[in-house]
Design a protein. Structure first.
Length: 307
């Protein structure tokens, strides 16, 4: 109700003679999913991002996507009981030179999504404040609630586990950056660190570690991402890549299941390649191979974006 009131009274609340501006973005993905422990599937994903800009500082955002739970955003073709489409976020954002504040049902991230972070299609009920500090550093605080819930319950308030996060991030020159955070969620406490090294203009190496302090269990990731070229038919095609090795302790708990495309615990590796089919129509292709202990998976598909 508060957000609706702000929507219709934005000019009075945030400044005089301000005409709200509506914008939207839609991306569609179609993929083939083949896992070694179950039959293959053909799937699709719709992501819709509507937003209403009230002023230079204030805006309202939402997020509507397919899928039925926190870390799942795909529906399966030909299945009568997986035709899901839910709103997962609705929040007010204030931005200034010193940082930003978000209030409502907010995203799980402040910017780039880490391999050890929560799924980018998930949600947290609460507030986030990011404060830009001197020397290209920032501190982030998130307070709210989080549950390993179905997407249909994203707007259900109350009865969830308390969530708290405080993170410090810094860029050290042009090549080095790091993050360090403390998290309290799903009845567990976690310390997360991330270090990124820019190898050259195209490639970056990274190391991420999440240590569960109350169970002495951890997840760590070591990998690299960047861009290379494939030469064929006297033409050079740019291809983006993302590759890593990871390990998740079996005692890590529910937090592991809220990570993007969770396959299982144990030792794992992943390689993803992607490229542009048509810049004019904003169409991309991708292919990805994952393995975690005895489970393997192959994903391949295309993605279309509209604004």
């Amino acid at each position: 109700m508060v957000l609706l009131f702000i929507t219709f009274n934005g000019a009075n609340v945030f400044g005089k003679d301000i005409a709200p501006t509506f914008s939207q973005k839609l991306d569609i993905q179609i993929r083939y999913d083949d896992r070694s422990n179950r039959p293959s599937r053909e799937q699709y994903r719709l992501r819709y991002y509507p937003s209403l800009t009230l002023s230079n500082a204030w805006s309202i955002h939402s997020f509507i996507v397919t899928g039925e739970d926190f870390s799942s955003s795909h529906n399966t073709f030909g299945s009568d009981d997986t035709d899901y489409l839910y709103a997962r976020r609705l929040y007010l954002r204030h931005e200034s030179e010193s940082g930003k504040t978000e209030l409502g049902i907010i995203p799980t991230y402040k910017g780039r999504v880490s391999s050890t972070g929560l799924s980018k299609d998930g949600w947290i009920t609460g507030a986030r404040h990011v404060r830009q500090l001197q020397n290209d550093t920032a501190i982030e605080i998130v307070v709210g609630q989080l549950a390993n819930a179905e997407a249909s319950e994203a707007f259900t308030i109350g009865g969830e586990n308390k969530y708290f996060e405080i993170e410090y991030s810094a860029n050290m020159g042009q090549r080095h950056s790091y993050e360090a955070s403390f998290e309290r969620m799903l009845n567990g406490t976690f310390v997360r660190v991330e270090y990124r090294l820019r190898l050259n203009e195209q490639d970056t190496a990274f190391f991420e570690l999440v240590q569960r302090t109350d169970e002495r269990a951890a997840k760590f990731v070591l990998g690299t991402n960047g861009e290379t070229t494939i030469n064929a038919f006297n033409t050079s095609y740019p291809v983006e890549y993302f590759a890593y090795y990871s390990y998740i302790d079996s005692r890590f708990g529910e937090r592991a299941e809220l990570i993007e495309d969770f396959l299982g615990t144990g030792h794992g590796a992943s390689l993803e390649l992607s490229g542009v089919i048509s810049k004019k129509h904003d169409i991309e292709w991708f292919i990805r191979s994952d393995i975690v202990d005895s489970v393997s998976r192959l994903l391949a598909g295309i993605k279309l974006s509209f604004k």
